[in-house]
Design a protein around this ligand. Structure first.
Ligand code: TRP
Length: 445
């Protein structure tokens, strides 16, 4: 039954690099650092780690298991293991992919713009006004289109020759850059205040409900979970791959990059005395406070700033690729399209939807809130229930030879009870925030 002509990764490391490329992205740098500053630093980081371990790991293994077992895109994969009704969960995944990629492409465009400016004219001294000018409007749209065109080009190359080949070059480069910048930030006078801010743990702050909700959503977003992206990548894996080990590697790399991003962002900002810029943290924090820091650092700032935004571009691209691949693989399955046609159709539609976010940053913020609080958390709940309760013999599907079954029994137990309970709790408490944003944008409140 499984489709014999399906594309495959060229190697294990190729799959891993692509999956890490999906996980590591704007979520780790832009989203993680603005949330860490808005939600009080170390407490948020600790909760984010807890959610990564307790919910992220089991859900990732669940997605990989479904994908590799079914060897199909998300919609058909769920139908394969759960019957036709479960197809609808796959349809929800595809909708989530559309929504996320629509605004992700806009932010990707901002990173392209900053990298380009660092290389040519340098950083504007009045970074706040500059960000205001370029974040929304025709400039933003133009950069979003450019970013999406690059994404489409890579995905049209296919799994091995497109996605895997790019990840193989891009990911080691990205790691080198962020480790380099984190080390550089350590050498700056006054960076100590940045570490203190980032690493000081305050239990009371960490247990506030909004911090818990934000940390859970961030864990899902950062690990690319809850909408079938990992599922889709796993559908191109050979049978013999060791899914539990891949889950551990991907999750560890993703957490490491987020943690490192904090180690570069906060020391840099504090060393230059710009901490006032992040206290009123918004989605623009990274694009305002950091460029300002780079602008005051002269030539070194140009160089470090260029490297920083290049790393962001690379991270954003390898993540956008995985989002687009979900839409592409689902439409290739459903309509028997060729890859190119699927890429062109899905890419153009997503870009058109994203134009809305390119013109209005409040829409972007709302789309992010809906995507994560509703779609990803809800999608993760669906996956946990599916693998925990519906799928026949998930342990057999997940484990290969030479693995310790007890680990899988714990995994299934988590998926059956702990993960659904935690996600229901999060979903329930996340809804009001999204609703408030919706009311504000719709002009109801
Ligand atoms: N994980 C990516 C990031 O941190 C974003 C991303 C890529 C994503 N694919 C996804 C998020 C699928 C949710 C689902 O930037």
């Amino acid at each position: 039954m499984a489709n014999q002509s399906r594309e495959q990764w060229r190697s294990r490391s190729g799959f891993l690099l692509a999956a890490v490329g999906s996980a590591v992205g704007l979520g780790n740098m832009w989203r993680f650092s603005y949330l860490a500053s808005e939600k009080g630093g170390a407490g948020f980081v600790a909760l984010y780690l807890v959610f990564t371990l307790l919910i992220g790991l089991p859900v990732m293994l669940a997605e990989l298991t479904i994908g590799r077992g079914a060897r199909r895109g998300p919609i058909k994969a769920l139908a394969h293991f759960g019957g036709a009704t479960w197809r609808w969960l796959g349809v929800v995944f595809v909708a989530a992919g559309f929504l996320i990629l629509s605004y992700y492409g806009v932010i990707g465009g901002w990173t392209l713009r900053y990298a380009f400016e660092a290389a040519t004219v340098g950083f504007a001294a009045d970074s706040g006004a500059h960000f205001g000018d370029l974040a929304s409007g025709f400039d933003s749209l133009a950069m979003q289109i450019m970013f999406m065109a690059m994404t489409m080009l890579i995905v049209s190359g296919g799994i091995g020759a497109g996605i895997e080949r790019v990840a193989r070059i891009a990911m080691p480069g990205l790691f080198a850059i962020i480790i380099g910048i984190a080390l550089y930030a350590f050498t700056l006078d006054g960076s100590g205040a940045g570490y203190a801010y980032y690493l000081n743990f305050d239990l009371e702050k960490a247990l506030a409900l909004d911090v818990v909700v934000a940390a859970a959503g961030q864990a899902f977003f950062s690990l690319s979970l809850g909408m079938g992206a990992m599922l889709t990548f796993a559908s191109y894996l050979p049978r013999e791959s060791h899914l539990a080990r891949e889950t551990a590697v991907i999750s560890f790399a993703d957490f490491a990059v987020a943690y490192l991003a904090g180690l570069m962002v906060f020391p840099l900002i504090f060393a230059l005395g710009l901490d006032g810029e992040i206290s009123g943290s918004t989605i623009g924090a990274l694009f305002v406070a950091l460029p300002k820091a780079f602008a005051t650092m002269g030539l070194v700032g140009r160089f470090v700033g260029f490297a920083f935004f290049l790393a962001l571009v690379v991270g954003a691209l390898t993540s956008a690729i995985s989002l687009l691949e979900v839409l592409v693989s689902a439409s290739m399955d459903a309509f028997h399209w060729e890859r190119r046609r699927a890429v062109l159709t899905a890419g153009v539609l997503v870009t058109a939807l994203g134009a809305w976010s390119a013109f209005d940053i409040d829409i972007l913020d709302l789309a992010d809130s809906i995507a994560i609080n509703l779609f990803l958390i809800g999608g993760g709940l669906g996956i946990a229930i599916f693998v925990g309760w519906i799928m026949q013999d998930p342990i057999g599907e997940a484990s290969g030879v030479g693995t310790k079954p007890i680990l899988y029994v714990v995994w299934r137990g988590l998926l059956r009870f702990v993960v659904p309970a935690a996600l229901l709790f999060i979903l329930w408490h996340a809804l009001p925030e999204t609703w408030e944003k919706f009311r504000a944008v719709a002009g109801l409140g």
